[in-house]
Design a protein. Sequence first.
Length: 431
Amino acid sequence: TVDIYGNYLVCVKMDASLSNKKRKKKSKKATNDISPPSSAPTTITTSSSTSTSLPVVPQGKKKTKTKTKTTTPPSSQDKRSGIPLHWIVPTVVTISCAIIGYIMFPLFSHHHHHHPGHPSPFKFNKKVKFVVAFACMLPALAYVYVKYAQAQETRSRDKIKWMPPSQALEIVQSDWKKTALAQATSKPCCLIFDYVAKQQAKNPWGAVLDAGTGNHSLSWILGLNTQKWTAITGSKQREESMKSEYSGRIRSGVDEIIFGNWLDEDMLQGQKFDVVLADYLVGSIDGFAPYFQDKIFERLKKHTKKQIYVINMEPLPSDSLSPQGKLIIEIARLRDACILLAGHRCYREYPLEWTIDHMKQAGFKIVDVAHFPTTQTRSFVEVQVDVAASKISLFRDRELASSMSSHIAAIRRRISAMDWNIRFGGDYVIS
């Protein structure tokens, strides 16, 4: 399988019921079967039923044909009958401890405490024997409980991998939510807002503040049962276009779209909102309010009455093992270089740990965190190249502009030659 940054993870499952001789034969056969050809990509099927063709480093002997294995949900797979070995051993140990404690402890105590000519200080009735036997069983019982809890968690995770994301969100538990969501979801664009709605549950939305608005977040807010909403944008052009686009859905005297900057202390002075949505706000701050990232949560705290939802993108890694991942990182650097050469400011993403630390410093209590892997489609990658291309006309050096145009054309050809819809990078939500 492949992680969210395109790094290959190889998992080997060993069957404890096989003898050493059978295991060697099976292991040798499996090694020959899984060796992919050097020229053809191996199809990897993820839990969200998305097939991704990625080249895999060849191992073992080369084969001219590849075998396709179809995976099915755990419910439809054949289950091995019988009691697993890791349940039999602690059960036997538990019973043995109880028997040893029940029979041997009186003899042991008699040997050490009872002396000829002196009355025995202990009377070993059945109650004492049972108490001692139960005390001997406690370590083994604790081991059994831990194994049972681990098995239950594994079973639940296996189950959720085959569920639709909306159904998975309903049963996922908070202590392992990150892993479950990472396995069960692949389209964060709409699932993130579904998750926020689930978190809000039966609590009324009341007054909502969209702290860094855009068409995506505002369209979602318009579908909620709110008393009122206020949307903030740092772009005058976006304010005008959004007012025109949503003119028929803005409640006069109630809802408003405001052009403003969080550096302005007078903006929204004295106003508080039941729910605050910071949808990719932190990453965009460097483009509108440079060096204000560490103060934004203190500012939002003043306007938060009950709940805040922070949505951010994890920064891209510096390198990747997959060719698509390498190209995505290269395109991100190209885009930022063109933005800077045009005299504009780039966005800057911050990792989960940084965001949590600054939210706590501002006085927020973290209730829950969820991760959502990003599926990189060809169209999304091409949009990033389009951003870079749109800045070339603003270059002062025309020779550099011409060279950059040629480079962008080469990047587009490389995009066209690759298979996409791969998981790379991810978003997170803090509530």
